[in-house]
Design a protein around this ligand. Structure first.
Ligand code: URA
Length: 246
């Protein structure tokens, strides 16, 4: 027998999406404010199949249901916010307030520094998060780097060597591709994500990064119409792009 989608009690589903305590969401249901396919669901004990199309079929207080668990977001991270849950200002404050009460929680897929902007993925799907960051998936990250001083010419070879050591680390960096755009601007493509990796690589060759912006993760480009600070829910196609080779 084929297994259907997982089911959750209506009150648990809504409480886990941050709509309130189970008692509060029971009250919303009794008032007829929760509908599925246009029909009010007044009984919050009933089990709801949690399918990807639920947001298109269910409403709460007249609004489409928030995306069910398994949500993946892309954000154009602005400068000045951290990817931490604790060190304000936090990137999570750019999401709707209710989303901070979701269970499972939303986490960033890896981190960008406070002073790095660009494509940041977020998800509540732990298995997907691990698949993206696993070295076995080989998901590359591309950064647009602005430098304080002109490139000297040897950086491309040093970065690509697979022998570059960063201070206080025990293993060399995997090869990193450098595409020079101008004497003080380049694209850098990494497969690893060591702490402050791009900034430390340029510091190691006597330069200084003045601006850092991530514009691609795997085969997924930061959409040009996603303004700084904006985010959107990703669809299956967007997610598959992360793992697509370029
Ligand atoms: N490398 C860095 O130095 N900082 C980032 O935010 C990402 C990569």
């Amino acid at each position: 027998m084929s297994k259907g989608p997982p089911t959750l009690r209506l009150d648990r589903l809504l409480a886990n999406l941050g709509y309130g305590s189970r008692r509060e969401v029971q009250r919303l249901a009794v008032m007829g404010l929760v509908t599925l396919d246009g029909v009010p669901l007044r009984d919050s004990d009933q089990r709801i199949p949690v399918t990807a199309d639920l947001s298109a079929r269910m409403t709460v207080d007249g609004e489409p249901l928030d995306p069910p668990p398994g949500m993946v977001l892309m954000m154009n991270k602005p400068l000045g916010v951290t990817c931490s849950h604790k060190e304000p200002p936090i990137v999570y404050s750019l999401l709707p307030d209710r989303w901070r009460d979701r269970d499972p929680v939303i986490s960033t897929v890896g981190r960008l520094d406070k002073e790095t902007s660009g494509l940041l993925l977020m998800t509540d799907d732990g298995a997907l998060l691990h698949r993206i960051i696993s070295p076995r998936s080989n998901v590359t990250k591309r950064y647009d780097v602005t430098l304080d001083r002109p490139l000297q010419g040897g950086e491309e070879k040093t970065f690509a060597s697979g022998e570059m050591m960063l201070e206080s680390e025990k293993t060399p960096l995997l090869p990193v591709a450098l595409e020079v755009v101008s004497p003080t601007r380049a694209f850098v493509t990494l497969t690893e994500g060591r702490y402050h990796q791009v900034r430390r690589m340029f510091a190691a060759v006597g330069n200084h990064v003045t601006a850092l912006h991530r514009d691609r993760v795997g085969g997924l480009d930061l959409p040009t119409d996603l303004a700084s600070g904006e985010f959107r829910v990703m669809n299956e196609h967007d997610i598959s792009q992360i793992f697509a080779a370029r």
